[in-house]
Design a protein. Sequence first.
Length: 243
Amino acid sequence: MDNVEPNLNSSSITDSINGRTDSSSHMNGDVNGSDIPHQINGNVDPNLKLNGDAVEVADPIAIVGMAMRLPGGIRDSESFWDLLVNKKSAQCRVPKDRYNIDAFYGPGKSGHVGTQYGYFLEDLDLANFDASFWSTTRQEAEVMDPQQRLILEVVYECLQNAGATDWRGKNIGCYMGSFGEDWLDMELKDDQNSNMYRMAGYSDFVISNRVSYEFDFRGPRYVQNSVCDRVRPLPTSLIDPGC
């Protein structure tokens, strides 16, 4: 039998990964039942397989639980949804417990800030951390970056929100985005302030590793240290059945 080399042009090929319809997409490949890459707009999509005349598309990614700490006092999905639907704003004047904005406000002046407003986490006291709930010692908790304290609480709430109970020892990946190392900058001002938890307490790369260690996640862990770039390996790892 001669090999069939079709050029399938479709007026609408639905991408179930991102939920969009691309009217200009096309697929080219040999119909032999083997797993081969296909091209969509010139890019190879490793998640599509051509078996006979049927195209298998990877299952869409589902969000089954969420937790958060966001400006505007948002701590759960309900309040976050209310913010979006009702087009609210979480902007507020710089809180007095952060710094004296009246003393530092001065547009165009060196050493001053150009706005009196911003987006701040409210009703949040990172000093209230129950070290006994985790495996950390009191000494370790004292030097731990507040980002690590906060993310442990949020991840635990996320698992509760998803109804998950049996996560220990499972191939669960942990991906984090981090920007800013205020705690590190403050701690390094004193070059005599050295202790055994220094590296694990200050560096941003520890954030995802701290979560994986405390919850016994056995999947990949990754920290994207960037203000605006996206975590590129995430979709591939989520589709991978090993994670």
